[in-house]
Ligand binder design. Structure first.
Ligand code: FES
Length: 170
């Protein structure tokens, strides 16, 4: 889970988060929510350098601008430096697949970003869940989670210390 849709209520609001140890960011574009790896395709500078904010997807290093598909659409002096237009250059951010359940935002890397060899998606493989949507993956838990996390319910966080060893605390 990457965050809450209530964290990004307005157009162009974004949050930075971690997915599988990698820095990513999630941004609202109108009614849709998109996620990208937090790495500029030019010189690999992080695009988002704060925990949250609002604004265009614009790298602060050399000011490349990306659209909501992750395509570099604004590159200063592109023709002079690279001899082609930004569209011809075809640079784009690595996308994170986003799905929501109520206000919860979930993300995962596309399968092609996870493995270089042919992915093993057989039923007993750890990657087999990549064929499933979030709703299919959650199964019977989907409507329960959706009800608990529907918009309008103020999110609350709770934590407690359990004096226990490594066993699961029930
Ligand atoms: S590193 Fe992002 S624009 Fe150069």
């Amino acid at each position: 889970m990457l965050g809450l849709s209530t964290d990004i209520p307005n157009d162009n609001d974004w949050i930075r988060c971690t997915l599988g140890g990698a820095s990513v960011f999630v941004q609202r574009f109108g009614a849709s929510i998109k996620g990208f790896e937090n790495v500029c395709r030019h010189r690999f500078y992080p695009i988002r350098t704060a925990a949250k904010g609002s604004g265009l997807v614009r790298c602060a290093f050399h000011h490349w601008i990306y659209n909501q598909e992750g395509e570099a659409v604004g590159i200063p002096q592109c023709k002079k430096l690279f001899g082609v237009s930004p569209k011809q250059l075809g640079a784009r951010l690595r996308e994170v697949e986003i799905a929501t359940c109520g206000v919860l935002i979930f993300g995962r890397f596309p399968l092609q970003n996870l493995t270089r060899s042919e992915p093993d998606t057989k039923a007993d493989s750890p990657l087999s869940n990549h064929n499933k949507s979030l709703e299919e993956y959650l199964g019977e838990a989907w409507p329960i989670l959706q009800t608990f996390c529907r918009p309008g319910i103020r999110p609350a966080f709770a934590s407690s210390v359990v004096k226990a060893n490594w066993r699961t605390s029930l």
